[in-house]
Design a protein around this ligand. Structure first.
Ligand code: ACO
Length: 258
């Protein structure tokens, strides 16, 4: 990948690609990995440049918290050094600016790889939405999830509302967002917001085990299968059955022609 380490560091990110596994680390532990537009742009850039051979992307946070959400200085008069103020809908380009932030989250759904959030401590607002953008979530037992935006007079707009509803259902999503309450790891597991909850000291090992399992299946089959699963909810049974046939044909054709 051609992203200079210095650019990633300036954005509060670190990236390590080892074989088929890319690990993206939010690296502003002194601010609990609070997110700035630079960090969202950096995530989008990683997504745009992720090598084809990568099959698993792990997203993690350095320090005690996965991510404390948007850098709250964005809402102050002094702002975040080097960044324009928070987008104002009265100014042109508002929609494009938010779409640019969302690009930092969208790529994690790519069928090319499975994305795994490794969450310890707090995942608040934009940070909770980052965990929701991943296909799978492994939580440490000290994890605390909160969709804080409505409490701050905002809507969650970093692609988190769709996965939240898909995972917990509409009623629970309304309750979680409109109370902005904090969900602990045990409840997160009950609500299926976590595939796995482990003691905090075992988070890295549990993620490594999961990654090994994900790498044990055939690459092309895994990619076609993730694409199928992601479209299933929006398809009728007949459409999904047709999509399965088409995927199988593509897969087998590619194998015999390669
Ligand atoms: N933005 C900017 N700075 C932050 C943020 C944030 N979101 N979160 C933490 N920090 C800073 C703190 O100001 C503090 O800085 P300091 O050392 O200069 O005083 C440092 O990170 C450590 O924070 P603490 O509060 O001391 O850490 P603690 O582990 O006790 O608490 C917690 C962590 C719960 C995450 C707390 O910091 C917090 O509530 N942060 C704000 C969360 C928030 O409201 N985020 C916005 C959500 S909405 C959205 O994302 C769109």
């Amino acid at each position: 990948m051609s992203i200079p380490d210095a650019d990633l560091t300036a954005a509060g990110l670190a990236l390590n690609v080892e074989g088929a596994v890319a690990t993206v680390t939010l690296s502003r532990p002194d601010r609990r990995n609070a997110m700035t537009p630079a960090m969202w742009r950096g995530l989008a850039r990683i997504g745009a440049e992720i090598p084809d051979h990568v099959r698993v992307v792990v997203v993690r946070g350095a320090g005690p918290s996965f991510c404390a959400g948007i850098d709250l200085r964005m809402f102050t008069a002094e702002g975040v050094p080097g960044e324009p103020r928070n987008p104002d809908p009265r100014e042109p380009g508002f929609d494009e600016r938010i779409a640019g932030f969302q690009a930092g989250y969208m790529w994690l759904r790519s069928p090319s790889f499975v994305s795994v959030a490794a969450v310890q401590g707090h995942a608040i607002g934009a940070g909770f939405q980052l965990a929701l953008a991943c296909d799978l979530r492994v939580l440490a037992d000290d994890a605390r999830l909160c969709m804080k935006e409505p409490a701050l007079g905002l809507v969650p707009d970093l692609t988190g509302t769709k996965p939240l509803v898909e995972i917990v259902g509409l009623a629970r999503a309304v309750e979680l967002c409109l109370t902005a309450r904090t969900v602990g790891a045990a409840e997160a597991a009950q609500l299926r917001l976590a595939e796995l909850v482990v003691p905090a000291a075992e988070l890295d090992a549990a993620v490594s085990d999961l990654v090994a399992g994900l790498l044990s299946t055939d690459t092309a089959a895994a990619r076609e299968t993730k694409a199928l699963l992601r479209q299933a909810a929006g398809n009728t049974l007949e459409q999904q059955a047709a999509a399965e046939r088409a995927a199988q044909a593509r897969l087998l054709r590619a194998r015999t022609s390669g």
